[in-house]
Structures are given as C-alpha cells and as structure tokens.
Ligand binder design. Structure first.
Ligand code: DGJ
Length: 715
C-alpha cells in the first residue's frame, strides 16, 4: 500500500515496513527503493546488500514492471574496493587508510521551497564519516538537483582528495557526448563526439570556462533538435569544475560532475561538513531543444535573483567600444544625449573611469574616481544622465590589480604567487587572492563605497586574467591546497553581500566576454556578457549556442561597429541579431547620422514591444547556423497567443551547387495552439496555428547577411 505524507518522513532500515509517496519521490518499502519522478524522467535508487545503488536513469517508467535495463551500480562512487569506476569521493584517514566502505544509514524526505528532497545517508563501516546524498526533484523542468555533503563525525582530520557532487550511470550502449566549450571570441561552441572506451574529461582549470558545463549524452545518431533521448546536466559552480565520462569496457557509461579537484584538497576538520555544489541533471525524449527550454525556464523561474527575476531588462548603452579608456564627462554626456534620443534606458560607463586608468597597464585595484578625467567626480554626470531619464551603470573588475596601482604598491603580497617564481601577468594584471580575509574586506569596502556614494543602478563585474601561480606564501600547505575553493566561497560571499546591501542594482557577470557564465553566478547575477565578439555573424553562432544552457533574458548583446569578417553588415542586421537577447548599444553614437538615429530609434521601439516575449518565452530553434546558412529562432509566449521569429541569412549558397535545392527552405513553427488563428503583424494575413506548425512558411530572405523579424499574434 502506498500513502501520501505531507510532513518530514524519516526512514531507517529498522522502519522499512511503511511505503510512502511524497510528492514526486516514492519510497517502495518491499524493495527498499526510491523512485524519483519528473514529467519525463524516472530516477531509481535502492538498497542492495546494505549499500545504496543506482538502478535506473531515463524515460518515465510506468507502474507495472517495465522492460528496461537496470543498472545496479553503487550510487556513491568512492575510492575503495574494486577499481571498476571513477571515484567521486577520495579520502585519506589519519592512519593512512585511503579507502571508503559505505553502508546505508538512514533516509529522509522533506520539503524545501515547495520541492521534495530525498536525503540518503551512508556511513563508513569503521571510520567516523557520513556521506549524505541529496536529490531535489523539480518535475516541471525535468531536472533533479543533486549534491553531496561529507561530514567528519570523529576527532581527527580527514583529508579529501576529491569530492564531486554526483556520479550517474547509464547502461551499456553507444553514446555520444555534446559539450559546449570555446575560447575568447568564440564561446559556448557545441562539439559532438562518440564516447569510446576510456575516460573523457571536460574541465576548467584556470577559473575560466568560455563555455558552459552543460553536457548532453544521447545514443549515437539518434538525436536532433526536436526528437530523441537526451541525458543532460550542468554543474552550478563558478570556479574550476570537471565533468568526467567513464565509458566502461562493458559499455556502461558513468558521468561525474562537480568541483575539479586537480591540484586541490580539502582538510575536513572534526565536526565539519563539506557541501559540494549542485550538479543538476535531467532527461528528455524531445531532443536538444527541450533541454534548452528546460534549463531556460528553470534558471528564469528558480535560479535568477528573485526580486529582479521578473523585471524587464533595460535597454543598455555601454561606452567600451566607443571610448575605451579615454572617458570624460563631456564626451559621455554627448553619448548619453543620443542614447536617450534612441530609447536607451540604462547608460553604462565601462572601463577607464577610475584612478590612474589611462590604459590597461595601470589603475586596477584603486576603485576611486580618476580626478584628472572627472574633476568633479561622477555625481554631476550621473545626475545629468538621470535628468535625461536614464539610469546609470558602471564597470568594475574587483578581483584584479595592476602592478602599477596604489593597491599593489601597498600590498604586493595580496596577489596569488609562489616564492621564487615570477608572477604571470595577463593583460598586465594579477589576480588578488580573494581567499584572504583582508582582500575580501578591502574589496567589500571599495564596492560598498562606490555604490553608496553614487546613484549606480547597474554593475558590470568583469574578470579578465586567468588563474596562475595559486600560491599563498606563509600559509599552511593544506590551506594553500584549498585556496581555489576558498576563493570562490569568498567571491560568492562578496557578491551576496553587495546584492543584499544594494538590492536594486542590476549585476552583470563578464569575464573577457563569456569566460564566467554559469548557473551559480545566475543565482546572484542577473545577466551575462556572452562574448567580446560582437560581429553579428559570429554572434548568431555564439548566441544560438549560449541559449542551449541559459535563457535569453540573461544574454546581453550589443550592436557595435565591429567587423570581424570585414563584411559591411547593415545596422538593421546588427540590431536584429542583438534583439534576440538583452539589447545593448556599443557604437560611438555621436557619429551616427540622422538616418542611423532614426533606424536605431525604430528598432529599439520594436524591441520594447517584443522583449518580454523574447526574455520570457519558450525558444524553438527552427534552423541551426551550425547546420546550414539559415538561422531561425522562434520565441513563443506562455499562453501561446504570440510568437516572434528571428530569421538570419548567412553567406549565400554557391550558385549551381548542390546546395541550391535548399534555397526554398520551409520552416514549421512550434509550440502554438493548433486551433488558433494568428495574424502576421503589419499585414492582414491570417494563418491557422495548425498550418503554421503543419505546413510552415517559406524562409523569407534571399540576400546574404540579411535578416527579418516576424511577429504573429492570436486574432
Ligand atoms: C573585457 C570585457 O569583456 C569588455 O566588455 C570590456 O568591459 C573590457 N573588458 C574592459 O576592459
């Protein structure tokens, strides 16, 4: 018999005589099993020989015994026993034992913010350590949040050489992996490859990602944008992370995710607990597009800072491409005057405003206003910008310092470095050791004063140099080995306190473009700078790929004058690309002629009409630039009463080539109401939802590097 329970349920082996269902987590007493269910996924765990085992991860199972391949692998993969898996957890006890032997201890199901959470504790058979595995089920997103807590309940320290968040198992099959890695100017690029026997590791080692930790595993050649099984996940962590794929000789696949413990250890003190980051995972049988919609909705509705989550992202102006380091009040106000005319809502001054910042060789670390450039400080300028009706934002790069700065001259020991080694600079800067409390306090005071003394409503938080020489001379070696984890803890603490003290300030994460964009950042930051590459063609690829992992309301996209390919795109084309995310402008707009000003004003007005739909709608990607010279993004609002479709034409097919038949591509819409009649905006053309989805419409563009936006509304 099964029964529902609304309060905390604690299950110990001794009381395994009651079966219960708690929301989406079902405990089946007779088998000692837990069944976790989302809309499309079942994840099954059970106790076998007193140890927690993973039994199933895949499409939803029905009640009658299904025909599936059961897994039967230890759920918590530890170093110990047979070396037939990749350990997620590796510890050393003080007597030298480097082996864990876990036994089931107890389980409980509880409610957290309206979601059900399963916790299963295992204890070592001899040593005083408890490993707790957590599963928070989010049915509507087909996502389970998974994390691990490791508790030292003894009197001696335990050294942890590895503590990843989770290990997942899939039964023997041919699997391919799609990962999203990249580099500066070419972020989030998808790569798909067959997983062959052995271990494949995708990781970040220097605090930079230029991609996301999103993985999608599917059966070989069996998945596309709309169909096919996909097992997916992401690590919620902004420091070094790692995904490990262990394709076993027999064909089983083990997937691990969490903090990258390369050159890292953690000293687990008596009575302390180490909590891993969340590793969210899920499953869909609706192809890769559904993964992107699941993650977009999840991040939008559950992750992004709650009080800003539903606010409309402002149209931005950013000074970087126009004025670089040479900023002053008169010139910024000239930009602001035009920005106001075209409909900008947030005017952001980028790099160059602070003491000594004449170029990228000096100034970082000294977060006070440069009086040579702004003799009256920033406030008179901010007031004029506010008087124009715009909010004001500013750029900072708190974690860095130039050797040519007052801060470095006073505290050369505050940066990461090793004794007897040179300090590797990147863009002429060094990284502060934010694991230090004095560095934390300095940065907190600097940011606090900046925000308190000025009417700042938007903070762009940059981080340009990668981590090198992660040393902390004078500190215990064990602490030095923990430094990367401690740094990220303090980074989160710093952002969280600024967020709390200045709740209405928008926060943008940036790291030389998209070098630090992840779900844990979105827990505290509202938007992200996806790439320094603002060439619209490259942006079509980068943004398409970004949208696999993150929602459009986080993707800041500016139109600028950049030509990475030397192609003279029209301003209209540039706007249409930037309008599929959070629109910004980066041109030197004081140089715009009247036609350009008029065009920008019209595009921004059009954007304001559709931005709510773009930011909060479901995205269907009808054509991928990675597969053809046409990219089509269709956003549909939640009640399906409206859809907006972005069409982009890349380079032309060669005339007479075999690509000619693709000239007349038809794309079928998705996600509409079949019985609804939709009107194409600006026309009296009426189309039935079932026709738009069943027949589709012809790709409306001919010329290379052209674009258009079509908007349909229910009649
Ligand atoms: C790198 C960022 O990605 C750019 O957008 C800009 O803010 C520069 N830093 C400023 O130095």
């Amino acid at each position: 018999m099964e029964k529902y329970s609304v309060i905390l349920v604690v299950l110990a082996l001794s009381v395994f005589n009651v079966a219960s269902i708690y929301g989406q987590i079902k405990y089946v007493d007779k088998n000692q099993e837990w069944i976790l269910e989302t809309n499309a996924l079942t994840y099954k765990l059970g106790i076998i020989d007193n140890q927690l085992h993973s039994l199933y991860y895949g499409s939803k199972l029905n009640d009658i015994d299904p025909i599936v391949t059961w897994i039967k692998k230890k759920e918590v993969a530890v170093r110990g026993g047979l070396a037939n898996k990749t350990p997620a957890i590796e510890v050393i006890f003080l007597d030298g034992t480097r082996d864990l032997d876990l036994r089931f201890s107890k389980a409980e199901i509880f409610s957290d913010e309206g979601s059900q959470v399963l916790r299963i504790d295992e204890k070592d058979s001899y040593y005083p350590i408890i490993i707790s595995s957590f599963y928070k089920v989010l049915p509507e997103y087909d996502i389970i949040e998974r994390w691990t807590e490791i508790k030292n309940v003894g009197k001696e320290e335990i050294r942890m050489e590895k503590a990843m968040s989770a290990s997942l198992w899939l039964p023997a099959n041919n699997y391919e992996l799609t990962q999203f890695t990249g580099l500066w100017g070419n972020e989030f690029q998808p790569n798909t490859a067959l997983l062959t026997q052995g271990r494949k590791i995708v990781e970040s080692r220097n605090f930079k990602s230029y991609g996301s930790s999103l993985f999608m595993v599917s059966k070989e050649n069996k998945v596309n944008e709309f169909n096919g099984d996909v097992w997916y996940g992401q690590i919620h962590y902004s420091g070094n992370w790692a995904l490990e794929f262990d394709k076993q000789a027999k064909g089983d696949l083990q997937i691990l995710g969490g903090i990258n413990f390369w050159d890292t250890e953690w000293n687990l003190k008596p009575n302390s607990t180490f909590k891993t980051p969340i590793f969210s995972f899920g499953y869909t049988n609706e192809g890769m597009g559904k993964v992107s919609r699941n993650y977009s909705s999840y991040i939008r509705e559950k992750i992004l800072p709650e009080h800003m989550r539903n606010k409309i992202r402002p149209v931005l102006y950013n000074s970087w491409y126009a004025t670089q380091f040479e900023v002053n009040e008169k010139q910024q106000l000239a930009l602001a005057a035009v920005a106001k005319k075209v409909g900008v809502e947030m005017f952001v001054i980028d790099d160059g405003w602070f003491k000594g910042r004449v170029n990228d060789k000096s100034g970082l670390g000294d977060w006070t206003v440069d009086r040579n450039k702004f003799p009256n400080g920033l406030n008179p300028m901010i007031k004029k910008i506010n008087d124009l009706g715009m909010d004001f934002g500013i750029w900072v790069e708190p974690e860095m310092v130039n050797p040519n700065s007052d801060l470095y001259r006073a505290h050369p020991d505050w940066v990461f470095h090793f004794e007897n080694r040179s300090r590797t600079t990147g863009r002429n800067q060094l990284m502060l050791n934010l694991a230090r409390e004095d560095v934390y306090q300095y940065l907190h005071t600097s940011l606090y004063s900046l925000l308190k003394d000025h009417n700042i409503k938007y903070l762009k938080w940059d981080m340009n140099k990668e981590l090198t020489e992660p040393g902390w001379p004078g500190k215990d070696l064990s602490v030095q080995h923990e430094v990367r984890i401690r740094y990220i803890e303090n980074l989160y603490r710093l952002i969280d306190s600024i967020r709390k003290e200045f709740p209405d300030v928008w926060l943008e994460t940036c790291s030389s473009g998209g070098g630090r964009v992840d779900i844990e950042m979105f827990d505290r930051m509202d938007v992200a700078w996806a790439s320094d590459n603002t060439d619209p063609i490259d942006r079509i690829f980068i943004q398409y790929a970004y949208l696999n992992s993150f929602p459009a309301n986080t993707m800041v996209s500016w139109t600028t004058h950049e030509y990475w390919h030397g192609i003279p795109y029209s301003l209209d084309f540039r706007f249409n690309v930037a309008m599929s995310g959070v629109l910004g402008i980066g041109h030197d707009i004081t140089k715009w002629d009247q036609d350009e000003i008029n065009l920008a004003a019209n595009k921004i007005a059009q954007y304001k009409e559709i931005r709510n739909l773009v930011h909060n709608g479901d995205l269907y990607r009808l054509s991928s630039p990675f597969k053809s010279n046409k990219s089509v993004l269709q956003y549909v609002n939640k009640d399906k009463s409206e859809t907006v479709v972005f069409y982009y034409k890349l380079g032309d097919n060669l005339k007479g080539s075999s690509a000619m038949p693709f000239k007349n591509d038809i794309f079928k819409f998705r996600g509409l109401n079949a019985n609804e009649t939709y009107i194409l905006e600006g026309t009296d053309k009426k189309l039935l939802g079932s026709d738009l989805m069943g027949q589709g419409i012809l790709f409306p563009l001919e010329a290379s590097y052209s674009s258009t936006i079509l908007r349909f509304k229910a009649d």
